[in-house]
Design a protein around this ligand. Structure first.
Ligand code: C2E
Ligand code: CA
Ligand code: CA
Length: 560
């Protein structure tokens, strides 16, 4: 049995009015049958004969008085067999229905006025929703639609306690690479192909959405258990990992996927998406092309994501600054230089600890511009102090260099350039490299270190003793100094001084000058002097200082 109806959409935001004349099957029976009918037919709307429809997508029921709209707990419509709308159904008056910003009018045709030529559209029309709810590139619903769907689901959960669904976030891992190598047009084609692929795997009740850029989301309502959902999501992921044929070219992608279940406690409907996205972030961190299920605690990665974006703008916004911690020659007790330590003052989150900042910068690759900024800023500052305090022995500055930064092919050129631009003689600059960087890349490192030494720079192995060093290699590597990590002298009591003494003696026997960091007490200073350590750094002398504080200090340099 079929009914011909007129469906009118009025977009309450844009005022657009669309009309579709559609023939819809009237399906009697249980939900599953109705679903099958929808899948099998081109029908836009399922009409069910009763109101007891759970997780069903009927909009209209055939009641005693003809067509009736279903109540609030039943949601969704189908357009050409494709689920595109979850609803906040509110029967307005009689046969009007409000869905999000749409007002929908359904009427049986015989009760309608004659359809005019402009408003008449054929029955197989593919109605396109206006842009507010619709992504024009892929033809999928967009983020607004997703939010409205999640809102509906949140409402339904309050009455339908057995309701279960999955919110799935998908992120194409390297779309930018496709754009860069094959052009944006192919990138767009790829996105459209991904959308088609997703749509094909949808069961009635499910929704696929394009969020933005290379991010998609699915709401799987058709599932009866998490296991079933996972099996389906894995299939979807496999589909997407199969090469796409685009204009006779095979394009491979991987997709990172995060899943959030409906039973997670949420404060707002968008939390589900936030959770799913946090799980995707985790999947990316663990190596991309993976699937992760949200666990409490992963939200931090969501917060991280925001930090990442913020960090990429931190330099231009002037949120980064340097602190300078004095380094003291233990024999004379005088300041001979400074270690430059970067700080990030986040406009909302406040001061971000530098360990966290550096880890984030390394993971995102931002360490490269940030590292260069640190280097240049420190060199400029040092030159200024040389001019400001001509009577002092020329000071040196130590700059930390992370592994990603060091392994850039043109680092030596960059440093040469910075020295030229700033006018700082190379022998006033020290680079602090970590033990693991040096030990894991011996060949590359040896060549680069020699080139840097040729520029006059001194090379220092930071955090000495915390990693694994090949002592023989350390002996032969072009490294001038080692900095003994603060963890050694901080753990020290009378017994373990012997241990520190051993490390210092070892460094000396390898022909390296020794700096000890984390000096906090006069007793430590005393012991280090007995060991003939050349340099010390730590709160006993001074914490890292802002440049005006350094200037104050240098006006009357202290002696320890
Ligand atoms: P690091 O290179 O081992 O730097 C020494 C850290 O010990 C600094 O922490 C410093 O503030 C702290 N410190 C100094 N004296 C004492 C002391 O007496 N007691 C104690 N408990 N701590 C002391 P900070 O500034 O938080 O930096 C942490 C780490 O972040 C640094 O460890 C370094 O690995 C990294 N970092 C900081 N700035 C940069 C940078 O510009 N580039 C790179 N690549 N890494 C940086
Ligand atoms: Ca350091
Ligand atoms: Ca250290």
């Amino acid at each position: 049995m079929a009914v011909e109806i007129q469906l009118s959409w009025e977009d309450l935001i844009t005022g657009d009015l669309q009309k579709r004349r559609v023939t819809v099957p009237v399906v009697f029976g249980r939900d599953e049958q109705a679903m099958r009918a929808v899948m099998d037919s081109e029908a836009s709307i399922v009409v069910l004969p009763h109101k007891q429809v759970s997780r069903c997508h009927a909009l209209i029921v055939v009641g005693e008085n003809g067509l009736e709209l279903v109540d609030k707990s039943t949601n969704g419509t189908f357009l050409n067999g494709q689920h595109f709308l979850g609803t906040n159904c509110q029967v307005q008056h009689g046969d009007r229905l409000q869905i999000g910003p749409y007002k929908i009018l359904l009427s049986t045709l015989d009760s309608l006025p004659p359809v005019t030529s402009e408003s008449a559209v054929t029955t197989e029309s593919t109605a396109v929703l206006p842009g507010v709810y619709h992504d024009s590139l892929t033809g999928l619903p967009n983020r607004n639609m997703l939010m409205s769907l999640l809102q509906t689901l949140a409402e339904r959960l309050t009455v339908e306690t057995a309701l279960i669904f999955a919110v799935v976030h998908l992120d194409i891992d390297r779309l930018q690479q496709v754009n860069n190598s094959l052009g944006y047009r192919m990138g767009d084609k790829l996105l459209a192909a991904v959308a088609r692929q997703l749509r094909q795997r949808l069961a009635p009740g499910d929704t696929a959405v394009r969020l933005e850029g290379d991010e998609f989301a699915l709401i799987l309502e058709s599932i009866s258990s998490p296991e079933e959902a996972l099996a389906r999501i894995e299939l979807i992921q496999q589909d997407l990992h199969t090469p796409f044929q685009l204009e006779n070219q095979e394009v491979f992608i991987t997709v990172s996927i995060g899943v959030a279940w409906s039973h997670l406690p949420v404060q707002q409907p968008e939390d589900w998406l936030r959770f799913a996205r946090a799980a995707t972030q985790k999947a990316k961190q663990l190596g991309r092309g993976r699937l992760e299920i949200f666990q409490p605690g992963m939200e931090d990665s969501g917060q991280r994501l925001r930090l990442e974006t913020d960090l990429s703008r931190a330099i231009e916004r002037g949120e980064l600054s340097l602190r300078y911690q004095p380094i003291v020659a233990l024999a004379s007790g005088q300041i001979v230089g400074f270690e430059a330590l970067v700080r990030w003052q986040h406009p909302q989150a406040g001061a971000i600890p530098s360990d966290q900042l550096i880890a984030l910068a390394e993971e995102t690759g931002l360490i490269i511009p940030i590292g260069l900024w640190v280097l240049r800023t420190a060199c400029v500052q040092l030159c200024r102090w040389h001019r400001q305090f001509p009577n002092l022995r020329p000071l040196t500055v130590s700059v930390n260099v992370s592994s990603k930064q060091f392994l850039q092919a043109d680092l030596v050129t960059q440093i040469t350039q910075v020295l030229q631009e700033t006018g700082l003689p190379g022998n006033h600059l020290k680079l602090e490299l970590t033990e693991s960087l040096i030990m894991e890349n011996p060949e590359t490192v040896t060549t680069m270190l020699s080139q840097l030494q040729d520029l006059g720079l001194q090379i220092l192995m930071d955090d000495f003793g915390t990693g694994y060093s090949n002592l023989n290699r350390l002996r032969t590597l072009p490294i001038d100094m080692v900095k003994i990590d603060k963890s050694f002298i901080q753990a020290v009591d009378a017994d373990t001084w012997a241990f520190v003494r051993g490390i210092v003696a070892l460094a000396h026997s390898l022909g390296k000058t020794v700096v000890v960091e984390g000096v906090e007490t006069t007793e430590q200073l005393h012991q280090l002097r007995l060991m003939n350590c050349a340099f010390g750094q730590g709160y006993l002398f001074s914490p890292p200082l802002e440049s005006p504080q350094v200037e104050k200090l240098l006006q009357q340099p202290p002696c320890w």
